[in-house]
Design a protein around this ligand. Structure first.
Ligand code: C2E
Ligand code: CA
Ligand code: CA
Ligand code: CA
Length: 278
């Protein structure tokens, strides 16, 4: 980019201009997607120490008419920049809560939890607590089955406000899990102030667990930390029996990953659930 005149910047690099245009096109598409029900949720099982299904994490997918299934990594950052994450995030919560309500009517599903990812921008809205509670109320979902996954980036600013919002939701039965734990740079002292229920060991530490002793040491440290703070711990990105067994020896009590089930449409998740019940 080269400065042209005083306040304007023009791109003379065609590749850079193309990237800017592509982003604008994606933004238009995404607005259209939100308005036209092209977003959907995939469900990935979370299992306990006996490999029994505890519930699911819901993961966004965008069924694009031309481009096929678009992964969240391709549109979440843009939706955060543009603010589209706010209507999208509300839709995710509504859909998850409506599913909890549907499961509550079935005896074999009443225990299931749903974990919902909440972006920092969403959480920082001044009326975030009211929004969540009104969705829970409107759908009739049991708040004790709802878990919100937050990342460490959220803790960096405004710890006081973060704690207040978490406590207000906690009071109504909603639990919190700290996602991607170990990848951020927040101070460990935050942990004792946050009303968390669970730490989530990031998949980057699980991937090479069996061959990289440093990753194993970090996983062990997170598990011990969780135990010492009275928190539950779940490992994500578990792809093999060997990783699962290794984590179990380290004291891990819950798992999520391709080894137990890939993220998929609700029907796939329920199939897995009922196959297990047989
Ligand atoms: P995340 O919350 O850390 O979600 C875990 C990611 O790991 C998911 O990627 C999941 O499909 C993938 N995964 C699960 N098991 C395995 C495994 O065994 N091996 C490997 N290699 N990967 C596994 P996905 O679905 O592409 O989502 C990426 C990220 O997008 C999520 O990371 C989350 O940060 C964000 N995201 C997804 N849905 C939402 C949403 O509804 N709201 C917000 N704010 N963010 C979302
Ligand atoms: Ca997550
Ligand atoms: Ca994660
Ligand atoms: Ca590594």
């Amino acid at each position: 980019a080269k400065a042209a005149g005083r306040n304007t910047v023009r791109f003379f690099d065609p590749a850079m201009q193309a990237a800017v245009d592509a982003r604008a096109a994606l933004e238009d598409d995404l607005r259209h997607a939100v308005a036209n029900n092209q977003l959907m949720l995939y469900y990935q099982p979370q299992v306990d120490a006996h490999d029994r299904i505890l519930g699911a994490e819901v993961l966004l997918r965008w069924r694009h008419p031309q481009r096929g299934m678009v992964m969240p990594g391709e549109f979440i950052p843009l939706s955060e920049d543009t603010g589209l994450i706010l209507p999208i995030g509300a839709w995710v919560l509504e859909t998850a809560c409506a599913q909890l309500k549907a499961w509550a009517a079935r005896e074999d599903c009443q225990h299931l939890t749903i974990s919902v990812n909440v972006s920092a921008r969403q959480f920082r809205q001044s009326d975030f607590v009211e929004q969540v509670l009104s969705i829970v109320l409107a759908t009739g979902a049991n708040p004790h089955r709802l878990k919100l996954e937050l990342t460490e980036s959220l803790m960096v600013n405004n710890l006081e406000e973060t704690v207040n919002k978490m406590e207000a939701l906690n009071d109504q039965g909603i639990a919190f899990s700290l996602d991607d734990f170990g990848t951020g740079y927040s101070s460990l002292s935050y942990l004792q102030r946050l009303p968390l229920k669970q730490l989530k060991i990031d998949q980057s530490f699980v991937r090479d667990l069996l061959v990289d002793s440093k990753d194993a040491a970090i996983a062990q440290t997170v598990i011990n930390l969780a135990q010492n703070l009275g928190l539950a711990v779940i490992a994500e990105g578990v792809e093999t029996q060997a990783q699962r067994d290794f984590l179990e020896r380290l004291g891990c009590q819950a798992y999520q990953g391709y080894f137990f089930g890939r993220p998929g449409p609700l029907q796939d998740f329920e199939k897995l659930l009922f196959a297990e019940a047989l």
